[in-house]
Design a protein. Structure first.
Length: 65
């Protein structure tokens, strides 16, 4: 389990996006994962870099709990 000494008591939007960008930097190093994500997108989806991959990843993690 991942622990933190400084757990916020209220929603911290800036921290949320900071952690999201950190996760994205790890995930984008996995070329196979990026290609799977790109194939999943349709032409109506935004095609440039976004944190959507992180959102999909965290949704997946929530299904594992």
């Amino acid at each position: 389990m991942i622990g933190s000494k400084d757990i916020p008591v209220a929603h911290d939007l800036s921290r949320h996006f900071k952690v999201g960008r950190i996760l994205y930097n790890f995930l984008k190093k996995e070329e196979g994962l990026l290609s799977l994500h790109q194939r999943r997108l349709q032409s109506i989806h935004y095609q440039k870099e976004t944190l959507l991959l992180v959102d999909d990843f965290t949704d997946f993690l929530c299904t594992m709990i």
